[in-house]
Design a protein around this ligand. Structure first.
Ligand code: AHR
Length: 503
């Protein structure tokens, strides 16, 4: 039996828990939009065709921001196609996913959906096939009250008040050779800087996200950030980071340790941004928008777009089925995002519905939760106040990809108002439980209000539409407070939450 200790103190604070850490992503990809959020024939659909059951689960998931409309899709997107009377909107080829885009949902529909779901929109502009002018047109359409062409078009289309969208992504994954209109860092950095500068002439209060690397495995990782930020530093607020992990060749130990890479990613991008800040004699800091992250089995057949003459509408794409181990990794990624709250100011789990998603739907039919839904929903609901800097004393084990890795990983939050302390922890051991002791000397007089663990003797168990309840986070009855510490036994391959309140 392993044992590990976590020590925490109210004075050791990393930074605030940011609601934007719990963002998500809706892309025109596969069945995320069509038969995902939008399914007019569904019994719960509203007058706009949006599924009420999806909106309900989006709220239950605790989503704060939603990035839209892509992803790779945005790099070939003509946003004007999808405004105005629906029957006049053209159908277009979506080259990114070899699909047909019917343009039944566009910016106005999405903004109505976002209001209903209670989420903040995060809009992306196309810097693949388009440039400064089209970005300005979209911004004018969205944020200018009226009295100019595009603002008046929005009003004519039924949205009297401007949307006042604050967060904007300057393109998507422009470092990726798969991206329509991908660029060198010099080309992209220049275009991003010009676009950002012009967008601020319309709306100086925007928060702008420049594209960082599509993953830490990219050959240009690091250098891409350095060059792009050298071009655009003054004009942007965030640099994006994207990371997907999956279990490869049955190497579960390395997969469970994926956040070693995520932590390194954040550290490297922050260091690069700070180096550019110094070189360019800037005072502001550029923070990280981790606006795509998840488990994604990219090599599986369902991740491959259709080909040839087949250009379907809303095909089944990237519909990964997540097991218990995947949920543990997702919980661990949230631990990493919280622990890096001083540099990661925004994040979006990719994606929300059907496409590498916590929520799954049947067209016109049932809705169900994947395993990854639970750690996200519980972390979003209970992480509050400030993130604490922990001292973790954990045994280590060997992994093929990352060498020696701590078996236990954790983060804790402290809400000074209520006094609540919440510990989120994963046991990455494949074989044995970990007895976790949380040293509470800095927090006298606490009791366990809630202790839950997500695990299963068969970590390959996945939810289905017929059964999404067999592996829910269950009460962890081992959790007890004694002698200024809370002790809990965490089973192998598990994610846990311990919520402590004042007596
Ligand atoms: O989220 C799926 C895809 O992953 C997005 O379209 C793209 O940005 C990334 O490569």
């Amino acid at each position: 039996m392993h044992s590990a200790t976590v020590s925490l103190d109210p004075a050791f604070v990393v930074g605030p828990v940011r609601r934007r850490t719990f963002g998500s992503f809706v892309e025109h990809l596969g069945r995320c939009v069509y038969t995902g959020i939008h399914d007019p024939g569904h019994p719960t659909a509203d007058a706009d065709g949006f599924r009420g059951d999806v909106i309900e689960l989006t709220r239950e998931l605790g989503v704060s921001t939603v990035r839209y409309p892509g992803g790779n899709f945005v790099s070939g997107y003509r946003w004007e196609d999808a405004v105005g009377p629906v029957e006049q909107r053209p159908r277009r080829l979506d080259l990114a996913w070899h699909s047909t885009e019917p343009n039944l949902v566009g910016v106005d529909e999405f903004m109505r959906w976002a209001a209903k779901a209670g989420v903040e929109p995060m809009m992306a502009v196309n810097l693949g096939t388009r440039g400064v002018q089209e970005a300005l047109d979209l911004l004018e359409y969205c944020n200018v009250p009226g009295g100019s062409f595009w603002a008046d078009q929005r009003r004519a289309n039924g949205a009297e008040d401007p949307y006042r969208i604050k967060m904007w992504c300057l393109g998507n994954e422009m470092d990726g050779p798969w991206q329509i209109g991908s660029k060198t860092p010099q080309e992209y950095g220049r275009l991003a800087a010009e676009t950002a500068r012009a967008m601020r002439m319309i709306d100086p209060g925007l928060e702008l996200v420049v594209c960082g690397s599509s993953g830490s495995q990219m050959p240009t990782f690091g250098e891409w950030e350095r060059v792009v930020l050298t071009e655009a530093y003054e004009h942007v607020d965030h640099v994006s980071a994207h990371a997907y992990y999956w279990e490869e060749d049955g190497d579960l130990a390395s997969f469970l340790a994926s956040v070693v890479d995520m932590d390194h990613f954040v550290e490297s991008v922050a260091a690069t941004a700070d180096a550019v800040r110094a070189a360019r004699k800037q005072t502001k800091r550029v923070h990280i928008s981790f606006d795509e992250w998840n488990v994604w089995y990219q090599k599986r057949a369902e991740s491959r777009p259709p080909s040839g003459d087949d250009w379907p509408v809303a095909p089944v794409l990237l519909e990964d089925r997540y097991n218990v181990a995947d949920a543990v990794v997702v919980g661990n990624m949230l631990i990493s995002l919280l622990r890096n709250t001083d540099r990661v100011h925004s994040a979006s789990m990719a994606q929300l519905v059907n496409v590498i998603a916590p929520i799954m739907t049947e067209p016109g039919g049932r809705i169900w939760k994947q395993t990854i839904f639970h750690p996200f929903a519980l972390t979003a609901r209970h992480a509050a106040g400030e993130v604490l800097r922990l001292a973790i004393d954990s045994p280590v084990h060997k992994t093929a990809r990352f060498g020696e890795v701590a078996v236990l990983d954790a983060v804790a939050t402290h809400d000074a108002g209520s006094g609540d302390v919440v510990v989120f922890a994963v046991n990455r051991s494949l074989t044995g439980p970990v007895v976790l002791d949380v040293d509470l000397r800095g927090f006298p007089g606490m009791r366990v209000a809630e202790a839950v663990t997500l695990s299963n003797p068969d970590h390959t168990w996945s939810a289905t539409a017929d059964d999404d309840t067999s592996v829910l986070p269950r009460p962890n009855t081992s959790a007890k407070v004694a002698d200024d510490r809370v002790r809990a036994e965490l089973p192998p391959v598990s994610w846990s939450m311990l919520r402590l309140v004042r007596e």
